[in-house]
Write a new protein. Structure first.
Length: 464
């Protein structure tokens, strides 16, 4: 890895983010009657798109919005402009990561799949609510406005083709509801809410929700590690892996994810009880095994649409051995257009020969070839044996290279450390398929009891 490149400035990055921030600040007070500072933010967004195919459309939208006469089409144009800018930031950072890793990128081949359009009236209702949200702004939030999303979400959930939009809208509106009234907010997550608003608005457009045509994957899947993402009411485990096609084509990086709803009382190792029955791959990860795939559906973006019927456990496969042998030559997946955002950058890398240091505040940094790389220990899940202490004592780290708050970070998935003069690997997903570890077993038992009580109560409610 060329870690020295991680600190080098990226041309145009600061200017693009400054334009995004200016527009995001304009959304805080709302765009119904923009003040001079807000019109400056709209102008900054339009100027950043000058010379692009969106230039005239965005300039018109900015002028109409500044005059307080914006319609739905104008808000959609502003959301598209902001998304395009964040996409350019994503592309620049991804290109820098490619220089760092030296891995080739896959070619974009699959066009959007054809299919029936979801109910246009439901999407129009969602678009209208999102436009009202932009007019009101985050400081003007109240329960009446936010509650307007509830019937839209309910209508969307009835249509499987709208499940993606419904989930986004439901989570966004719930977050806004928890922050009402907006006038009393001390701190507003300005960029996050603007991200969610612009993405939700673009997903209401015809054709935006179409997924790329899928192909199939037959060959050997070699897991690298598990990234656990937890919310109060949901949990997801995403397995990053190297796929070796049976036809001898070059290996490529893929992902396989499983999600489940959860009560907020189930935390830590108990999460695996909710996820484990849904995907056999988690057991293979825990046991350190490869999996043999037979015509497993896979998107152009490298996401396996997991089906247990199309996979079987294979031979033992050590993730560190996989990383040392196959990771350097595996092609990176293509990112779907609407997914081009810096927060989506999560690139598997292997680091060795670094000096780990634990700071006074508990954070960990790696010094590689004289350059310091921050380690994101906050993302290490409590649902596994990997700890900041193990990371600080490690000599090799398999993780995800991310970008956050203006810098690159490393999220560890597994580390190699020395215990009693022996090299031992510690994995974040070691308990995914079950564990005999005392701490993990206690957490699983506590979760089992909690889930049993909740199921019994739910059954009682349904019977009554």
């Amino acid at each position: 890895m060329r870690t020295d490149l991680l600190d080098d400035p990226v041309d145009g990055l600061d200017e693009a983010l400054a334009a995004v921030d200016a527009f995001d600040d304009a959304l805080v007070a709302g765009l119904l009657r923009p003040q001079p500072a807000q019109t400056d933010g709209l102008a900054a967004l339009a100027d950043a798109l000058a010379g692009t195919p969106l230039a005239s459309l965005v300039a018109e939208a900015a002028d109409k919005t500044a005059a307080g006469a914006a319609g739905e089409d104008h808000f959609v144009a502003l959301a598209a402009a902001r998304t395009a800018l964040m996409g350019s930031v994503h592309d620049a950072l991804t290109a820098r990561v490619a220089d760092v890793t030296g891995r080739p990128a896959a070619e974009e081949t699959a066009p959007p799949a054809e299919g029936d359009e979801p109910a246009a009236n439901v999407l129009a209702a969602a678009r209208a609510w999102l436009c009202d949200l932009a007019r009101t702004g985050w400081q003007g939030l109240d329960h009446e406005l936010v509650g307007g999303a509830a019937p839209v979400v309910s209508a969307m959930l009835r249509d499987p083709a709208l499940r993606r939009q419904a989930t986004l809208l439901d989570g966004f509106s719930a977050e806004l509801a928890a922050s009402c009234p907006g006038a009393t907010l001390v701190r507003i997550p300005v960029r996050r809410w603007a991200d969610l608003w612009s993405r939700a608005l673009l997903l209401t457009l015809p054709g935006a929700a179409r997924t790329a045509a899928r192909s199939t994957a037959t060959g050997r899947l070699l897991p690298l590690g598990v990234d656990v993402q937890e919310h109060a009411t949901a949990v997801q485990a995403q397995v990053h892996a190297v796929f070796e096609p049976a036809d001898g084509a070059p290996p490529r990086l893929v992902r396989a994810a499983v999600s489940a709803p959860k009560p907020d009382t189930v935390v830590g190792a108990g999460l695996w009880q909710l996820l484990r029955p849904r995907m056999s791959l988690l057991t293979a990860v825990s046991e350190g095994r490869a999996m043999e795939l037979d015509a497993m559906p896979v998107t152009a973006g490298g996401d396996l649409v997991w089906d247990d019927e199309r996979a079987r456990a294979g031979e033992p496969a050590d993730p560190f051995a996989t990383a040392r042998v196959a990771l350097a030559t595996a092609t990176d997946p293509v990112t779907a257009p609407l997914d081009r955002h810096p927060v989506r950058i999560a690139v598997p890398v292997l680091l060795e020969g670094y000096a780990a240091e634990r700071e006074d505040d508990g954070s960990v940094t790696f010094t590689v070839a004289g350059r310091r790389l921050a380690v994101d220990t906050d993302r290490v899940p409590a649902a596994g044996p990997l700890t900041p202490e193990a990371i600080a004592a490690s000599g090799a780290c398999l993780g995800l290279l991310r970008w956050d708050s203006g810098r690159f970070l490393l999220q560890p998935l597994a580390v190699e450390t020395t215990v009693r003069k022996k090299t031992v690997a510690v994995h974040a997903g070691a308990w995914a398929g079950g564990t005999t570890d005392k701490a993990g077993a206690r957490a699983e038992k506590a979760a089992t009891d909690a889930v049993a009580v909740l199921r019994e109560r739910a059954g009682r409610l349904l019977r009554s």
